[in-house]
Design a protein around this ligand. Structure first.
Ligand code: IVH
Length: 743
């Protein structure tokens, strides 16, 4: 069972989030005695089984995906050291029912995106200022926002064709969700037929939620019937719509608020407010607390009003959402990565609780970063059991003076990893000592150092292992990143496999994954070795016959497992350039920068060739959005011969698809390089660049002989001179607007 399969409702794993139970969790495996190992394996088998039930049967997970994977990893590590202790009910052998296979898939025609978060008044002020800057508004020009409660439920997309409800889907990963039409039909707030004259095609999106009263009644019923209870209304709403039997959903009394939309053949309004009014007229419920706000002050007043009403609303909200009201402005503002620039979620303050910091562990990430993790005495915060929290870095431990044995206040907000915010020093046990942050890597024992910025002379906040390519922890983390969701996304090839195969010496670099797929027998052998040990163990315990029937079953299961794994790997031999670049794990190059690079260079050959050239840094610096630090990191990556070798090996295995410049019909600038300079009057330079890029142009910060067009406003300086020097075409802002008119 991969964490991907479970990501529907367990907290999502953040790309650079610490892995809370990693290889260094608990007592190091190599120090366990046989008796301790036996006890821990027994404990892990029960615990993982309980989490599986919580997740699959009750839709009420109590730990994050990362923690769940970590438990299974610890189990495998102990089993690898004590093969004869492998239990028949070991979590390594259990393949959980994939919830995502319960329902048919639905591809969202318009992706279901997420919102950026604001946690403070300053964040909100910056959001408003950013919008004003982007649009280049003058002081006297107002922007109108809608302010809406952020409902804490499960988002759903409802498709209506000719006014009839035809399909309902969960959000899933935003691109693809699950078809839950039959269940949604049972919710009375969801009209089966729209009132009035609705557009031919209309996808209404909003939140399925359960009121506090219905939640309490449901749990009372569950208890009476001896069934498990739900942790909170959100999990119970999710569990209720993800029932295979719609009559169960019908009995659960769910509600729905409409707040946005997907595909629409003809928009019934030109503001967010107007759209909500239209939804009401079509027969939906819209949250009655939605208001118009024009200034940051009004926005913040709305926030505090809602916060004071929160406890009495009768349903859970976890913040408020602000959206630019005018849809034309929303269009101009567009999106950054996966969130709109025109909206933000202002989250309510996190919930806090007091517990004991039992131990501090250090985890090593893929870039060598040492992350301290607090192992806590388990405590429930806002309906979720928290056992681990991040301590961020060395300075944070020093600032808090956090020590093992301390009583601490932890804080948890939504899906964000819990953190230690305060140490209650008056409850500190006698004789405790400050935590000595290690200066060597706990895995490869290389020096761990804090880099000093050459320009500022300042020390980096993170201490990093200098073991680089020799550090097993970094290697494993890099491989995990490689197969991860935003990179190669190899289904079912999770952390446990990577660790097992890495330990067995079969997986050293990414290309090995594709080599392994060509040798299923070899892959199967690793599993078979485990099976043999396990059979021996079982034979000793249960007698010969039992082993024979059971291991035959196991054979079939394992054969299928290897087959699925090989198919999943082979399915990814073709990959887009942006994902490929992200998968390389270059420092500072995540999804966004990878996309910028892919759009700029178009093909892997062009990218590699450019990075080998003498002007690699200049080429990188010319890409809008790529700064000095990122450019240096990319250059460093290509300067390292080992990385080049690794890349060559990989390119023998996979086919990297070019990223074509978006071919906008009739765009005069598709594939061209455009430079904006001087002051523009009808739009800001950032807006102009975003528009040019949406028309398939590359935008650059400096003029070279490769530049195709310079758009110059008043006050243009050296770039204009350069354009004249290189004979590049120069036009003014009005000519630019005329050129792209109607596009
Ligand atoms: S608007 C393009 N409005 O919050 C963004 N979302 O973090 C469209 N949510 O997935 C979302 N109340 O499940 C929007 N009034 C509201 C909302 C809301 C709750 C949820 C929604 C979304 C998540 C974004």
């Amino acid at each position: 069972m991969s964490s991907k399969a479970k990501s529907g409702s367990r907290a999502k794993k953040k790309a650079d989030a610490p892995d809370l139970f990693g290889a260094s969790g608990g007592k190091p495996v190599e120090k366990l005695t046989e008796a301790e190992a036996r006890r821990e394996l027994e404990h892990l088998a029960t615990e993982v089984a309980e989490h599986d039930r919580a997740y699959f049967e009750r839709d009420a997970p109590v730990i994050s995906d990362a923690d769940y994977d970590a438990l299974k990893r610890r189990n495998s590590a102990i089993e690898a050291r004590f093969p004869k202790l492998i239990r028949p009910d070991s979590p390594s052998h259990r393949v959980g029912a994939k919830p995502s296979e319960k329902f048919a898939k639905v591809v969202h025609r318009v992706p279901m995106l997420s919102l950026d978060n604001a946690f403070s008044d300053e964040d909100v002020a910056e959001f408003v200022a950013r919008i004003r800057r982007f649009l280049g508004l003058k002081d006297e020009q107002d922007v109108v926002f809608t302010a809406e409660p952020k409902i804490d439920g499960l988002s759903a997309s409802l498709r209506y064709e000719k006014g009839v409800f035809v399909q309902g889907a969960t959000r899933g990963d935003g691109a693809e969700g699950e078809d839950i039409t039959a269940n949604l039909r049972t919710i009375k707030d969801i009209p089966l037929r729209l009132h009035g004259k609705a557009p031919e095609v209309l996808e209404v999106r909003g939140e399925v939620y359960m009121t506090h009263a219905n939640f309490a009644a449901l749990n009372r019923r569950q208890e009476k019937e001896g069934k498990p209870t739900y942790a909170n209304p959100r999990n119970s709403a999710a569990g209720s719509v993800r029932q295979l039997d719609p009559s169960i959903t019908a009995a659960r009394d769910l509600n729905f608020f409409a707040y946005t939309w997907g595909e629409v053949s003809k928009l019934p309004a030109d503001t967010q407010w107007g759209m909500l009014e239209a939804f009401k007229a079509f027969g939906f419920r819209v949250n009655p607390l939605v208001r118009h706000c024009e200034t940051t002050k009004q926005i913040l007043k709305f926030y505090s009003d809602i916060e004071s009403k929160r406890a009495k609303l009768g349903y859970d909200i976890d913040g408020v959402v602000y959206k630019v009201d005018d849809l034309k402005l929303q269009d101009r503002l567009g999106f950054v990565s996966r969130s709109p620039r025109w909206a933000i979620a202002h989250k309510f303050a996190a919930e806090q609780a007091e517990t004991i910091l039992e131990k501090i562990d250090i985890q090593v990430g893929r870039t060598g970063k040492l992350t301290p993790v607090a192992r806590l005495k388990p405590i429930t915060v806002g309906g979720v059991v928290v056992e681990n929290a991040t301590l961020h870095n060395e300075d944070e431990i020093a600032r808090l003076d956090a020590r093992e044995g301390d009583t601490v206040i932890i804080q948890r907000a939504g899906d964000v990893i819990p953190q230690v915010v305060k140490v209650l020093t008056d409850k500190r046990p006698r004789g405790s000592r400050p935590y000595p942050f290690p200066h060597t890597c706990p895995i490869c024992h290389s020096h761990a150092v804090r880099e000093v910025d050459e320009k500022t002379g300042k020390e980096d906040v993170d201490r990093r292992c200098t073991g680089g390519l020799i550090c097993a922890a970094q290697a494993v983390e890099r491989l995990k990143h490689f197969v991860g969701r935003d990179a190669f996304d190899i289904e079912g090839f999770g952390g446990t496999y990577i660790e097992t195969l890495h330990e067995a010496g079969m997986l050293k670099e990414p290309a090995d994954i594709f080599q392994l797929a060509k040798q299923p027998a070899k892959l199967g052998k690793v599993l078979a070795a485990k099976r043999a040990e396990q059979s021996a163990e079982r034979r000793a315990r249960e007698g010969k016959d039992a082993v024979e029937t059971k291991s035959k079953k196991k054979d079939e299961g394992e054969g299928k497992l290897v087959e699925n794994l090989v198919a999943a790997i082979d399915a990814r031999r073709r990959i887009g350039l942006d994902r490929f670049i992200n998968a390389l794990g270059i420092r500072h190059v995540g999804e966004t920068n990878a996309r910028l690079l892919a759009r700029n260079f178009h093909s892997i050959d062009a990218f590699v060739e450019a990075m080998e050239g003498d002007d690699a840094l200049e080429q990188l610096n010319a890409i809008g959005g790529i700064g000095d630090v990122v450019a240096e990191a990319i250059k460093d990556f290509f300067d390292e011969p080992h990385n080049r070798k690794l890349l060559d090996h990989l390119l023998k295995e996979v086919d990297v698809q070019d990223v074509a410049a978006p071919k906008i019909k009739g765009s005069p600038v598709a594939g061209k390089t455009v430079v904006f300079t001087g002051s523009l009057e009808k739009m800001t330079r950032q807006e102009a660049k975003v528009k040019a890029e949406s028309l398939g142009a590359k935008t650059a910060g400096s003029v070279s002989k490769k530049t195709d067009l310079v758009v110059a406003g008043p006050g243009a300086g050296s770039k204009l001179t350069d354009a004249q020097k290189f004979g590049v075409k120069v036009i003014d802002e009005d000519a630019w607007l005329a050129m792209i008119k109607g596009l």
